[in-house]
Ligand binder design. Structure first.
Ligand SMILES: NC(=O)c1ccc[n+]([C@@H]2O[C@H](COP(=O)([O-])OP(=O)(O)OC[C@H]3O[C@@H](n4cnc5c(N)ncnc54)[C@H](O)[C@@H]3O)[C@@H](O)[C@H]2O)c1
Length: 378
């Protein structure tokens, strides 16, 4: 595998997660070359210099386009607010760089479509990889659940429910910031629902049709600079989903749910058993098997350990637990594997675009108060 030069755009919450992953991936996995952290771009030069020093990048700039033009950079990590993703990803792909872009792809479907088209072209002309930051599919617990379902461990799947809740926007006095702007998207749909959809797509394939109801719990929020500003999108959404396979699922997302910190509660019911999982307890899942003896019937808790790859790459002791940043390191390694031309467990811009289609179908279903077929967006 070739040693890759990395350029990072944005150094906030996700920028730090990408930087940690780039720093750790070779040490954790031992089977990929240590990337070179070439340059970090931020909105201001002072912040770029500070973060480049902290994160270990050689150069700092307030001009992200200089990363795209830099021949020493092979891959661009995009961790800026949603509205910037399309322009940055398309420019990187057109320059022949690989792209690791945070979710969602873009607030507008036309932009996501242009990103997918740029990825298709760059894959053909420069063998570029374009992946979206859907870290939760990387959890060793989730990989175990996927293999359990695929081997028929709980029989035919009859119903699925996913709820994603956090409370970082639960306070009505939380200051207005970019996540409440319509320029960032529909709100909880783009911000949260894409994650459950990434899990559902990975387990059950494409969606066929959706219904949706969105809620705006607070009409306006205070501005940090004084005064108040109208909230432009919705913090809560409830969806009914039908897959191409006929499977039915519900997805509820809420970023103003007091007490919830990082909940992604998944319930999967089958003809021979059930699986429960919650990202707030990301190192375990519950399994109920209908064939258990009646006297021992009940949910068992399975803790992750080295028997759930790639857990053992991080720590040899079972039950000690991985964390959110470890999922990003696993995702980073999958990207390096994909770049090396091997099969990888990732959501690329093709599948990512299917997720975006579902989001826009949900928004349309809410607006028009009806079920919407995803084929309306083909
Ligand atoms: N995968 C996940 O689990 C996950 C979690 C949180 C956020 N995200 C996604 O990550 C992205 C960033 O979210 P965040 O929470 O890190 O935001 P953030 O506000 O913490 O960080 C964004 C950074 O981008 C910088 N930036 C803005 N414009 C820039 C420009 N033109 N050039 C360079 N830097 C610029 C900002 O200064 C800021 O430091 C969003 O798309 C969000 O949806 C993903």
């Amino acid at each position: 595998m070739k040693t890759l030069g990395v350029g990072l755009i944005g150094s906030g919450y996700m920028g730090k997660c990408h930087a940690l992953a780039w720093n750790n991936v070779a040490a954790i996995f031992g089977d990929v070359p240590r990337p070179r952290l070439v340059a970090l771009a931020e909105a201001s030069l002072d912040l770029a210099r500070q973060r480049a020093e902290e994160f270990g990048f050689d150069q700092a700039t307030d001009d992200w386009k200089s990363l795209i033009a830099d021949p020493d950079i092979d891959i661009i990590s995009i961790t800026t607010p949603n509205a910037f993703h399309a322009e940055m990803a398309i420019a990187a792909l057109q320059a022949g760089k690989h792209v690791w872009c945070e979710k969602p792809m873009a607030p507008r479907l036309e932009s996501a479509s242009a990103m997918r088209d740029a990825a298709r072209t760059a894959a053909q002309t420069a063998r570029c990889i374009a992946a979206i930051g859907y870290n939760y599919i990387q959890n060793p617990v989730f990989r175990q659940i996927k293999s359990l379902i695929e081997s028929g461990g709980i029989g035919t799947i009859t119903h699925v429910r996913v709820e994603m809740d956090e409370d970082f926007m639960a306070d009505a006095d939380q200051a207005f910031y970019w996540k409440s702007e319509s320029a960032s998207g529909y709100g909880a749909l783009d911000d949260f629902a894409v994650h459950p959809l990434s899990l559902l797509y990975t387990l059950f394939g494409p969606l066929a049709s959706v219904a949706c109801d969105m809620v705006k719990p607070y009409a306006e929020r205070p501005l940090a600079s004084g005064g108040r500003r109208a909230v432009e999108n919705h913090d809560i959404a409830s969806m009914l989903c039908r897959f191409d396979s006929g499977l039915s699922a519900t997805v509820c997302v809420n970023r103003s749910a007091w007490g919830r910190k990082g909940r992604i509660a998944v319930q999967i019911y089958g003809s021979k058993g059930s699986i429960l999982y919650d990202q707030e307890r990301m190192n375990e899942f519950q399994l109920y098997l209908a064939d258990d003896p009646a006297a021992l019937s009940g949910f068992r808790t399975i803790l992750t350990g080295p028997q759930h790859p790639p857990y053992g790459r991080f720590i040899p002791a079972p039950g000690h637990g991985l964390g959110f940043n470890d999922l990003k390191t696993i995702e980073c390694r999958e990207i390096l594997v994909a770049i090396a031309g091997k099969p990888a467990h990732l959501i690329d811009f093709e599948t990512g675009y299917r997720v975006e289609m579902a989001i826009h179908a949900m928004a349309k279903a809410h607006t028009e108060r009806r079920w919407v077929d995803l084929s309306e967006f083909e």
